[in-house]
Design a protein around this ligand. Structure first.
Ligand code: ZN
Length: 499
């Protein structure tokens, strides 16, 4: 280790500590903090973010990075850390400090305004805030943009570095071309899948019991992780020995079951980061897209398969004898794969999920690049739902106000959900050639699958890009064909549709 690098490490300790504190506040806000704490804690959060901004943009840090870049004997990990820190410095440094702070304050307030507007089904109450957020994000993107680079491309790259409008247009065009008509064929077939047994008097206590059992079963380590309750399930991590997931309980038992398995996918990714990388700028999952590839892989490809449930369905029946005692394994698996084109993204089935994401992508592009007026959003939103999913929201709470992302300032985030699903299907296609995937699940040897993911994806943290990992694991570049084929094969089989 060189002298400059050693200094950088010490220098980064405070930035890392501030990030950890901010993460912990965020977790606390969503889980245990009392309702009225928000505005007061918000001030502390503002101060900590301000300090983080100051550290990451001051001259000392820049000089250290410059000195490190001149060193010739840095290790691969050290080089990656220097690269990540420089990227973060550049991202923040082009934004004037007062604008950064104003924006942080705006977004801490805007999520509350959004929540109220959604509750009251009043888009007009949220529209002016959304306009402000959009203006800030466009301005920030213009500070960051290279010459000739489109603003929405800058926003997209902040979430998934290797993807821009050109590649995403192709990706979504394929989904639209093949999934929209397939979905129409499926709904026209009028085949009925019964999932009524998944709704009913499922006690919270028993749901938690089975949730913890399944989390452990798929490999979530409760010595390094905890599970709590929040309005919307999410995962967060302080480091690889403190990974936190949440779930929510209602009378649809499948909601909590699959949210737990989904968040475990995120959690297992973070637990798989090596000690050498954790608590450094490269000690996290590479991107939101890669993260979703793991969570949606666990939730859908593993969790909604017959083979997965073969060894554990008995346990589920034992936990809920009145509700599931007479439901066969095959009935259960059909039920958890029921397709219902609906209005709400987070309740969407595996087949229609990416169409929800596609709608958001098209709308964001219109807002950032084509000058779509924010006021017209509810109408545009409803038209697109009608066109792609055959349903039209009756009010904005079921339409344009359903997601929190824009109110938090995240524009360009949504495509990672669909990309992640496609990455996962591509991994799956290649893994099936290397191992008896279903056989392992049937024998309860999910460990082998998990270890493959850790060895080939998790252990790299941010050392490689998503595209690099995809290429190395599957032997080819990103290819969404696998995803579309997987969906059409699976749902064609379940719904007996000729393809
Ligand atoms: Zn997720």
């Amino acid at each position: 280790m060189t002298k400059a690098y050693q200094e950088l490490e010490t220098y980064l300790e405070t930035a890392q500590a501030l990030q950890t504190a901010l993460t912990l506040f965020e977790w606390d806000n969503e889980t245990l903090a009392p309702k009225e704490a928000g505005a007061y804690t918000g001030k502390m959060i503002g101060a900590l973010s301000g300090e983080y901004f100051r550290i990451m943009t001051d001259e000392k840090g820049k000089a250290l990075i410059k000195a490190c870049k001149e060193e010739t004997d840095l290790s691969e990990v050290e080089t990656a850390i220097v690269r990540e820190v420089e990227k973060e410095q550049k991202r923040l440094d082009c934004i004037p400090a007062d604008e950064y702070r104003e924006f942080a304050e705006l977004t801490s307030e805007s999520a509350r305004i959004w929540a109220k507007a959604r509750k009251e089904k009043d888009f007009k109450a949220f529209a002016p805030v959304l306009k402000k957020i959009l203006d800030y994000q466009k301005r920030f993107a213009s500070y960051q943009a290279k010459e000739g680079q489109k603003l929405y491309d800058v926003m997209l790259k902040n979430f998934e570095e290797d993807f821009d409008m050109k590649s995403l247009d192709q990706f979504f065009a394929m989904l639209k071309e093949r999934l929209v008509p397939f979905l129409k064929q499926l709904t026209d077939s009028k085949r009925v899948v019964d999932d009524s047994f998944l709704t009913g008097d499922y006690s919270e206590e028993k749901q938690e019991e089975i949730g913890r059992f399944l989390a452990e079963y798929v490999g979530f380590d409760f010595d390094k992780g905890v599970m709590a309750v929040s309005a919307h399930p999410f995962t967060t991590n302080l480091h690889n020995h403190d990974v936190r997931i949440t779930t929510a309980y209602n009378d649809h038992v499948d909601d909590s079951i699959f949210s737990v398995i989904h968040e475990c996918g995120h959690g297992i990714y973070e637990m798989g980061i090596p000690n050498e990388l954790t608590q450094t700028p490269v000690g996290q999952g590479i991107s939101m897209g890669m993260h979703e590839s793991q969570s949606r892989f666990f939730e859908n490809i593993i969790g909604r398969s017959l083979a997965f449930w073969e060894p554990v369905y008995g346990k589920l029946q034992e936990t809920f004898p009145d509700q599931l005692g007479k439901i066969s394994l095959e009935q259960f698996v059909r039920g958890i794969n029921k397709v219902t084109p609906g209005l709400i993204r987070i309740q969407a089935d595996e087949l229609t999920y990416s169409l929800h994401v596609m709608i958001r992508y098209e709308i964001e592009k219109m807002l950032v690049e084509e000058g779509l007026d924010v006021e017209k959003l509810p109408e545009v939103w409803a038209d697109k739902y009608e066109e792609y999913l055959g349903v039209r929201p009756k009010d904005v709470s079921q339409g344009v106000l359903q997601d929190i992302h824009w109110s938090q300032g995240s524009i360009g985030y949504f495509p990672s959900y669909a990309l992640g699903s496609a990455f996962g299907a591509q991994f799956f296609a290649s893994m099936k050639k290397k191992m008896d995937f279903d056989g392992l699940l049937r024998n309860g040897e999910i460990r082998v699958i998990r270890e493959f993911l850790r060895e080939n994806i998790h252990k790299y943290g941010k050392l490689k890009t998503s595209r690099q990992i995809l290429k190395e694991v599957t032997g080819e570049d990103f290819n969404p064909q696998y995803y579309v084929d997987y969906l059409i094969e699976k749902y064609g089989r379940i719904y007996h549709i000729d393809r």
